[in-house]
Design a protein around this ligand. Structure first.
Ligand SMILES: Nc1ncnc2c1ncn2[C@@H]1O[C@H](COP(=O)(O)OP(=O)(O)OP(=O)(O)O)[C@@H](O)[C@H]1O
Ligand SMILES: [Mg+2]
Length: 313
């Protein structure tokens, strides 16, 4: 499988098309990257994309989760340690900075680093050298650093929780991944792409989104972004009998987006609303033209014209 197949970057919305362009541009550089965005927007995904688009693609891509590792482990993960550096350090261990070679190191949830970790990271970013814990030899870092955060680092600086000097060092090239609700045109293509993967994973080759589900997906605000979409789809696919996925296969929070009509979720043009109303009516009447026309209060001829215009089945 090529890396492009392994890592689809779905970008239908102009906002994400632009992100793809940015990824191409910054992949050529070795500047430290700061990638910000709400939870589930695709920060990890974007970091990986930058890595794979650029000259580092054949070198390692290593990640350290600063939020889940205790502080002393973050340091030993990053810098490695010499034998005897601390109790339990029975032999020399290489850190990620060393193992990554000329690849990429991702510091996930960088805001979670404690004061000690921040100080050490500052030195790495500034001087590009480090020592293994308990060691004296200065090692040069070749890898590119990318820091990820869903916290507002500026606010953390203001609150005295994050070093300002480190913030300025990381903030050279900042890329903000917008929430899904600000790139509505991505919603359905992303859903189709995720569904494609889930169909294979769970052996449900015929799982499809119904028209009503597509409408619901379009109307929902996705507070948990793409991760949330993946989760609800996975659950729906798992529990489905393998055919159409209906709104009833999804959590109530999503279904609520259908209820309020136009004002809930993102705002849509009249044309979109018309298309959706026609599609839903056709589906509900099992594509009965006369019945649908009657419900919609238009003539058969108008319905057929509109069906054609909107490319509905
Ligand atoms: N543009 C995209 N195209 C296809 N899949 C995507 C895209 N962006 C994100 N994804 C998928 O969405 C899911 C969430 O993305 P990711 O883990 O990168 O988010 P995150 O911002 O790091 O979230 P968190 O803050 O929770 O760590 C992943 O399964 C990822 O592969
Ligand atoms: Mg992440």
């Amino acid at each position: 499988m090529s890396s492009a197949e392994r890592l689809p970057w779905i970008a239908e919305d102009p906002v994400s098309k632009r992100l793809l362009e940015i990824a191409r541009k910054v992949s050529e550089a070795s500047t430290t990257l700061l990638i910000t965005g709400e939870s589930g927007t695709g920060k990890d995904h974007f970091a990986r994309l930058v890595h794979e688009l650029g000259p580092r693609r054949d070198a390692p891509f290593l990640k350290i989760d600063c939020a889940s590792l205790p502080p002393h482990l973050v340091e030993s993960e990053l810098f490695g340690h010499e034998r005897g550096a601390f109790t339990g350090a029975v032999e020399r261990k290489l850190g990620r900075l060393e193992m990554a070679g000329a690849g990429t190191i991702v510091l996930d949830e960088v805001a979670a680093l404690d004061a000690g970790g921040q100080g050490k990271l500052l030195r790495v970013v500034q001087e590009r050298v480090f020592e293994r814990l308990g060691g004296t030899e200065s090692l040069r870092i070749e890898a590119r650093l990318m820091a990820l955060t869903n916290a507002n680092l500026q606010a953390a600086v203001a609150a005295g929780r994050f070093r300002e000097d480190l913030y300025f060092r990381l903030n050279v090239l900042t890329i903000a991944i917008p929430p899904l609700r600000e790139r509505g045109a991505d919603i359905l293509p992303l859903a189709e792409s995720l569904l494609g993967t889930l169909r294979m994973v769970h052996g449900k080759p015929n799982a499809q989104l119904s028209e009503a589900t597509r409408r619901m997906f379009g109307a929902y605000a996705w507070p948990g972004n793409i991760r949330e979409m993946r989760n609800v789809l996975e659950r729906a696919v798992l529990f489905s009998d393998g055919g159409l996925l209906e709104p009833g296969d999804f959590p109530e929070s999503l279904r609520a987006a259908l209820g309020g009509g136009v004002m809930l979720g993102r705002l849509r043009s009249l044309e979109e609303i018309e298309r959706e109303a026609i599609a839903a009516t056709l589906e509900a009447t099992r594509y009965g033209i006369s019945k649908s026309a009657e419900i919609l209060g238009i003539s058969r001829k108008t319905l057929l014209e509109k069906r054609k215009k909107f490319g509905l089945k």
